[in-house]
Write a protein that binds this ligand. Structure first.
Ligand code: MG
Length: 378
């Protein structure tokens, strides 16, 4: 079984709330997503998705993803899509770095592996635990009262975990955390995610001011060393996200006891193969996780669900249902939340069927089919 053709489609994903805002005045109105199709010589096709959180969150951007796929794909034609470690080594040899470029291809190959073995991806990633798993809701940065109202409304929809976008003016952020905490009920969990937005003196002021609030602090500062310093000056449970970009970072965080929870995003690690490796390492090291991606629609949400549902529940702090944040559906069969929880499909592969009318024509196509030869970036 060989990869015959790799295609990429561009899809706009407008936000249900109109926009998504976080630290430093960063915001996105319409997400630019790339859906990857991998065709094989035996007729089985797999799909993946990569959707950066704009060009200013991680070192990743939408057009870069598509340009990277055009660069990488010629090296993968003729390779086996179901020998995933081997395929990942091939991708790393052909293109140094750029993990997000590889993520959609790797995801599509897991979809193929599931289809040819007749198994849902969550089984292949280790097993499906319990009936469903827990989600968080990200609360876009607004004035404190507006964020508190959002939390109350999403709580009515069944969510019990909330991630506030802070990392703005520290005085306003203190008000944000306090206003939202008043809306919580026993058992709810609150995370204040600064997304690298505070300088150290600002972070110290915020964590000290909310000392009596039951809140987790996520990625307060840009540098790992700065986050570690804040972690050592607060008693709040502590989450690292942007700093955790690979196995080396995970090992260092464990050695320094720099976090109580780490955030594993599929495209940040370079696909399901490497995110699973990181997930399994965290389980071995006794480190809890939020399992998600940078953003995405139905296909990303399906992939997240398979990785989250195959994670031992005591290690899964939360996960995300990105397809409920956007107004466009790109695939049938994707999982949807029910009372703040979600379940991975038990159909073979990722369990999704892309809506080809929504995907339109491919903007990158590399390989050899009856109709197309060679590489093209339109
Ligand atoms: Mg985060």
């Amino acid at each position: 079984m060989k990869i015959q053709q790799i295609s990429a489609y561009q899809v706009d994903l407008p936000l249900l709330e109109g926009s998504y805002k976080w630290s430093g005045g960063k915001s996105v109105d319409i997400f630019d997503s790339t859906i990857v199709q991998v065709d094989t010589d035996n007729g089985v096709t797999g799909f993946g998705e990569v959707c950066p959180l704009g060009p200013f969150y991680l070192p990743a951007y939408a057009k870069g993803c598509r340009a990277g796929i055009a660069e990488l794909a010629p090296h993968l034609i003729g390779e086996s899509p179901i020998q995933l470690e081997r395929l990942n080594r091939k991708m790393d040899a052909a293109l140094k770095g750029h993990p997000y470029v590889k993520s959609g291809i790797d995801m599509a190959c897991w979809d193929i592996l599931g289809k040819v073995t007749g198994q849902p991806v969550c089984f292949l990633l280790g097993g499906r635990y319990e009936d469903d798993f827990v989600l968080y809701r990200a609360i876009s940065q607004e004035l404190p009262e507006a964020m508190a109202a959002r939390v109350a409304a999403y709580r009515e929809e069944g969510y019990r975990r909330f991630q506030l976008k802070v990392g703005g003016n520290p005085d306003t952020d203190i008000e944000r955390i306090r206003a939202v905490s008043e809306k919580l009920r026993p058992g709810d969990k609150l995370v204040a995610d600064a997304n690298t937005g505070w300088l150290m003196h600002e972070a110290v002021r915020v964590v000290r001011a909310v000392q009596q609030v039951d809140v987790y602090i996520e990625q307060p500062c840009l540098a790992y060393s700065e986050c570690l310093a804040i972690r050592n000056r607060t008693s709040h449970p502590f989450v690292l996200d942007e700093s955790i970009d690979g196995i080396e970072a995970l090992l260092r965080a464990k050695a320094d006891l720099a976090a109580d929870i780490v955030n594993i995003k599929i495209s940040k690690f370079g696909g399901l193969t490497k995110a699973r490796q990181a997930r399994d390492l965290c389980v071995s090291m006794g480190l809890a996780m939020t399992i998600e991606d940078s953003w995405g629609g139905d296909i990303t949400t399906a992939a997240i669900a398979h990785l989250a549902h195959s994670t031992p529940p005591e290690f899964l702090f939360s996960s995300t249902d990105f397809n409920s944040y956007v107004t466009v559906s790109t695939a049938e069969g994707a999982p949807h939340r029910d009372q703040g929880r979600m379940a991975a499909s038990v159909a073979p592969g990722l369990g999704i069927r892309p809506r080809m009318d929504v995907l339109g024509k491919p903007v990158v196509q590399v390989g050899h089919s009856r109709k197309v030869r060679g590489a093209a970036l339109v």
